[in-house]
Write a protein that binds this ligand. Structure first.
Ligand SMILES: Nc1ncnc2c1ncn2[C@@H]1O[C@H](COP(=O)(O)OP(=O)(O)O)[C@@H](O)[C@H]1O
Ligand SMILES: [Mg+2]
Length: 252
């Protein structure tokens, strides 16, 4: 296969493939006096297989950018290509289909259904994907084993710790075998020990080839990713920081 984009690291033998390309993205909420420019002139390229964190002050546009990248929202203007598909041009049902097939989501507050067991929560995305029940059960079990919850299949969320609930949510995010995981402050509600458990799972998923993008406030969390994108006032002010660069940016 021929890489369609410039190869960043000339030492890398693996041809890179662009998975996310944001071109001159604007997102404007409201009109007139109440108008808010949540994103302005955002350009960003992320290659398949990257492990990337998004940082920046509160209100700088991180969640808005993640919602657009995750096909949960559309830009006001500009182009967004996901795996070379022009997302801005898609109808809602097409967008929902792509989202379900290609992207796994993880949120700060887990968003598990309280009346369902861990297994049933993880089976849910496959219901929408039209996968038969026996295969749903098998794949959900496999995903829960992967996150170390083989003994918790039949527990409901209120019988699990915060870290365990987030691991159920991660299992749910991978059952449809996404190419991309988007996590918005996934460790924001966790203590430092369970934060590390969750980060270890992301590191492992990334090592298996899944692209991971994570919003975080915590430098200790961002340091465990390989690339940091920094937002300020709706713009990308640094698109390719390394963990080592972080000290300088965070303190300046
Ligand atoms: N649905 C919305 N309606 C109006 N303004 C919004 C909406 N969502 C976000 N904003 C505004 O857009 C800006 C960026 O918000 P957001 O992307 O949530 O920032 P962050 O995730 O970095 O904290 C903020 O000024 C916020 O108030
Ligand atoms: Mg946010």
């Amino acid at each position: 296969m021929i890489a369609s984009s410039p190869v960043r690291d000339s030492h890398s033998p693996i041809p890179q493939k662009t998975i996310i390309r944001l071109e001159n993205i604007f997102k404007i909420y409201g009109v007139g006096e109440t108008e808010v420019r949540a994103l302005s002139e955002v350009n960003l390229i992320i290659e398949e297989g990257e492990y990337c964190s998004i940082m920046g002050p509160s209100g700088s546009g991180k969640s808005t950018a993640m919602n657009i990248i995750g096909c949960l929202d559309r830009p006001s203007s500009g182009h967004y290509y996901l795996d070379s598909l022009d997302v801005a041009q898609m109808e809602d049902n097409e967008l929902a289909h792509i989202r379900n097939k290609k992207i796994g989501f993880v949120f700060q507050q887990f968003h598990l259904l309280q009346q369902l067991t861990a297994l049933e929560n993880v089976m849910l995305p496959m219901v929408y994907a039209g996968i038969p029940n026996s295969e749903r059960r098998e794949r959900a079990t496999e995903a829960l084993i992967k996150v170390g919850l083989e003994n918790r299949l039949n527990n409901k969320p209120n019988q699990l710790s915060g870290g365990q609930q987030q691991r159920v949510a991660i299992a749910r995010s991978i059952v449809n075998r996404p190419v991309l995981i988007l996590a918005d402050e996934p460790t924001g509600a966790l203590d430092s020990r369970t934060t590390q458990e969750v980060l270890d799972i992301f590191t492992e998923l990334n090592a298996s080839g899944i692209t991971v993008i994570m919003v975080t406030h915590e430098p200790e969390v961002a340091r465990q990713t390989r690339r940091i994108v920094w937002f300020r006032d709706g713009q990308v002010v640094h698109s390719n920081l390394t963990p080592a660069d972080l000290n300088q940016v965070a303190t300046s």
